[in-house]
Design a binder for this molecule. Structure first.
Ligand SMILES: *[C@@H]1O[C@H](CO)[C@@H](O)[C@H](O)[C@H]1NC(C)=O
Ligand SMILES: *[C@@H]1O[C@H](CO)[C@@H](O)[C@H](O)[C@H]1NC(C)=O
Ligand SMILES: *[C@@H]1O[C@H](CO)[C@@H](O)[C@H](O)[C@H]1NC(C)=O
Ligand SMILES: *[C@@H]1O[C@H](CO)[C@@H](O)[C@H](O)[C@H]1NC(C)=O
Ligand SMILES: *[C@@H]1O[C@H](CO)[C@@H](O)[C@H](O)[C@H]1NC(C)=O
Ligand SMILES: *[C@@H]1O[C@H](CO)[C@@H](O)[C@H](O)[C@H]1NC(C)=O
Ligand SMILES: *[C@@H]1O[C@H](CO)[C@@H](O)[C@H](O)[C@H]1NC(C)=O
Ligand SMILES: *[C@@H]1O[C@H](CO)[C@@H](O)[C@H](O)[C@H]1NC(C)=O
Ligand SMILES: *[C@@H]1O[C@H](CO)[C@@H](O)[C@H](O)[C@H]1NC(C)=O
Ligand SMILES: *[C@@H]1O[C@H](CO)[C@@H](O)[C@H](O)[C@H]1NC(C)=O
Ligand SMILES: *[C@@H]1O[C@H](CO)[C@@H](O)[C@H](O)[C@H]1NC(C)=O
Ligand SMILES: *[C@@H]1O[C@H](CO)[C@@H](O)[C@H](O)[C@H]1NC(C)=O
Length: 581
């Protein structure tokens, strides 16, 4: 098969971005799933060695494919050959192909095919779609797909702060990142792979699997970071695009400065959501003190921290968390509690405890930082930092506009951290360009997503005039993966994937659907969208379903187990000590 014309710019500035030779037809090697258990499944299945000995469903398939490490050169068995791996749920007579990307970047996708085949509760987002081939390719650099051998957890140079506040700290941070990337490069085989782990390569891998399975077109169900990859695929292979659902979007070509500004605004919105939640939560320490009491508590606490760092009684040497809690730590702690599935009860308890002399719940946990995880090399392969922004002054300049949307004075955002982490990335990266499309895709967002603020999805939708936008009125990063009762958007996505019929414009208290040509209005007020289970809220400290759900039959989804699963399994580099290694 020859190359399709590159009508859309995928960032062609670097040689690495352009496949220079026609791709050869790669073939699938089917392998025994018993000996290829995805890491997240090991504890679920009680796998002790490397092999699962129980029985597996007949619809579960595992495969590998040898692909070029570097697509600018022909496949060559000895010098340009890596193996990628995937899992599938395959009915006997499939009616189409759906590809799934788990986000991260660097989260395991294969386990989703397992969960679906095994009918586990975590497979629920795709139950009802069993008539399709469900394909989950693990992205380059993680298990089954030439895993990187990086020294996770070493915490290079022992940098003890999350954001530099001086030139000297900036230099220390960059030196630590450089050491981390060098160690990955030194220890990973084959040599040279570190320069070929980006989206540009991953979409070629996916398309090779598609071709080998014999499909002309594919549908995509992708979340978080997967949306970046999904849109790259659509831009590169528009003729292959069938039904695409892109949920919680990180857009191509949006300036970092704008993403940082939007993320700081999102943090401020989440603080108001915590306040709105408190109004309905009798166990909230500030319940009964009226509207704004959580915001007031935050303002008081931040002022205290600025006067003198706050003690964290459970932290200190050997505990994994730092004491005292500096204003920077405190500000960062906000986004840790609000990201993925925000835990409002826990946040409100953390505020109360901190005001009473123990700020442990906000303390910085160095090893929970994403900077020395698989997320860093994968993300930085895709995000080009301008040379002007690779200095302390340039880094600071990225956040200047965010002050306009930061009444709570939170300052720090994960998007800003990406600029910091990626400044030291030593390999070529495609240009950061927009990827407009006329394809009729389904974009999806929630009003109060911290990881990928809703403005980012609006930006991507704005580049796609024939596309539909589904807005879920509620909290959390991603919508299609939520558990009942917050599954309206999931159902809309499933119907579209099953039928190919794009839903018409519509709006109610849970969901708004905008058709091509519609204009998105302002983001709803934090107090105007219901909180609770219907909004996807979960907590490790209380059962939100029991407390706020109107429907007593709602499934028991919102307890600690569930919350922790989401916290560690969702989305864009939320990575509270990501267990990828
Ligand atoms: C790849 O497969 C397609 C369809 O089976 C065929 O038309 C094409 O010639 C093959 N290309 C190569 C390089 O083998
Ligand atoms: C794993 O072990 C737990 C506890 O022993 C048990 O409840 C569960 O059924 C086991 N799962 C499998 C798949 O064997
Ligand atoms: C690619 O490399 C692997 C591992 O060295 C080897 O087993 C495989 O046969 C190679 N693939 C091809 C098509 O040569
Ligand atoms: C999957 O699990 C659900 C709920 O546990 C059950 O109702 C359903 O029958 C199961 N489906 C299959 C195909 O086993
Ligand atoms: C960082 O500190 C830990 C604990 O003190 C130590 O084990 C580790 O070797 C240090 N890492 C580096 C790169 O200095
Ligand atoms: C990487 O390898 C080079 C050359 O062998 C060595 O000098 C350097 O110390 C290594 N760096 C790290 C961080 O492993
Ligand atoms: C990863 O790198 C370390 C350090 O060089 C080495 O000891 C280890 O064998 C490597 N692991 C793999 C799986 O290659
Ligand atoms: C607030 O914190 C104090 C001190 O830890 C504690 O005694 C009190 O119970 C907390 N209030 C609530 C409602 O949790
Ligand atoms: C709380 O205050 C905000 C901001 O002043 C306002 O928009 C909102 O309507 C108030 N909510 C309630 C329940 O009073
Ligand atoms: C800082 O950012 C602004 C955009 O907000 C840009 O116009 C300006 O050139 C930047 N300054 C520096 C020194 O990078
Ligand atoms: C997409 O938009 C273009 C231009 O706006 C229009 O000509 C075309 O018919 C649309 N295609 C679809 C599939 O809606
Ligand atoms: C969460 O669910 C588990 C098991 O399903 C249960 O044991 C636990 O009590 C629940 N937690 C809360 C806070 O309801």
């Amino acid at each position: 098969m020859g190359l399709l014309p590159l009508s859309l710019s995928l960032g062609m500035a670097t040689a690495a971005a352009v496949p220079a030779v026609p791709r050869q037809n790669q073939t699938i090697r089917w392998v025994d799933c018993h000996a290829n258990v995805p890491q997240p499944m090991e504890s679920v299945l009680n796998v002790t060695g490397t092999t699962f000995t129980g029985s597996l469903p007949s619809t579960l398939f595992c495969g590998e494919m040898d692909v070029p490490m570097d697509y600018t050169k022909p496949f060559e068995s000895a010098t340009n050959n890596i193996t990628i791996g995937f899992a599938m749920n395959r009915p006997q007579t499939p009616s189409g192909l759906i590809i799934y990307h788990a986000g991260g970047p660097g989260l395991d996708a294969a386990s989703q095919a397992w969960a679906t085949a095994l009918n586990l509760s975590s497979g629920a987002p795709f139950t009802g779609l069993e008539e399709f081939d469900f394909l989950a390719v693990n992205t380059r650099g993680i298990q089954f797909s030439n895993p990187l051998n990086c020294s996770f957890g070493v915490f290079f140079n022992n940098v003890s702060f999350a954001f530099p506040t001086s030139q000297d700290e900036y230099d220390q941070y960059q030196a630590a990142m450089t050491n981390f990337y060098t160690a990955c490069t030194n220890n990973t085989t084959p040599q040279g792979i570190m320069a070929h782990i980006g989206t540009v390569e991953n979409i070629q891998d996916w398309d090779s699997v598609r071709a080998a399975l014999g499909y002309e077109k594919v549908s995509f169900a992708v979340v978080s970071y997967g949306t970046f990859v999904g849109m790259a695929y659509a831009g590169r292979f528009p003729d292959r695009v069938d039904r695409f659902v892109l949920d919680a979007v990180i857009p191509h070509g949006m300036p970092f400065q704008d993403m940082v500004t939007d993320q700081v605004a999102a943090e401020n919105r989440l603080l108001l959501r915590a306040d709105a939640f408190c109004l309905t939560d009798p166990t909230c320490p500030f319940h009964g003190q009226g509207n704004g009491s959580v915001v007031k508590a935050w303002d008081t606490l931040l002022a205290q921290a600025i006067t003198a760092p706050l003690p964290a009684l459970s932290c200190g040497a050997g505990t994994g968390c730092n004491t005292p809690v500096t204003p920077t730590d405190l500000r960062l702690g906000v986004s840790v509690l609000f990201r993925a599935n925000p835990d409002f009860p826990q946040f409100n308890i953390a505020l109360n405890a901190s005001l009473h002399g123990d700020a442990s719940l906000f303390a910085y946990e160095p090893l929970g930082d994403i900077r020395e995880t698989i997320g860093a090399p994968l993300l930085c392969s895709d995000f080009k930092i301008d040379d002007a922004d690779k200095t302390f002054a340039g880094f600071n300049n990225i956040s200047i506009n965010s002050q306009s949307s930061d009444p709570a004075g939170i300052v720090y955002s994960q998007m800003w951290q990406f600029v910091l982490m990626c400044a030291a990335w030593p390999f070529p990266v495609p240009d950061h360009t927009t990827l407009p499309t006329d394809l009729p895709l389904m974009w999806m967002t929630s009003d109060f997503d911290l990881n990928l603020p809703t403005e980012l999805t609006t930006f991507a939708w704005g580049q796609a005039p024939n596309s539909t936008l589904v807005i879920r009125h509620g909290d959390d990063h991603t919508s299609i993966l939520l558990a009942p009762p917050a599954t309206r958007a999931q159902g809309i996505a499933q119907d579209f994937l099953r039928t190919g019929v794009m839903p018409s414009a519509f709006s109610d208290s849970e969901v708004t659907i905008l058709s091509p040509g519609d204009t998105r209005g302002p983001i709803p007020g934090a107090y105007d969208v219901p909180t609770g289970a219907i909004a996807g809220d979960t907590s490790i400290v209380e059962n939100i379903v029991a407390m706020t759900s109107a429907s007593p039959s709602a499934s028991p989804s919102s307890n600690s187990t569930e919350a922790l699963r989401f916290r560690s399994a969702l989305g864009l580099a939320l990575a509270v000590g990501v267990a990828v290694a």
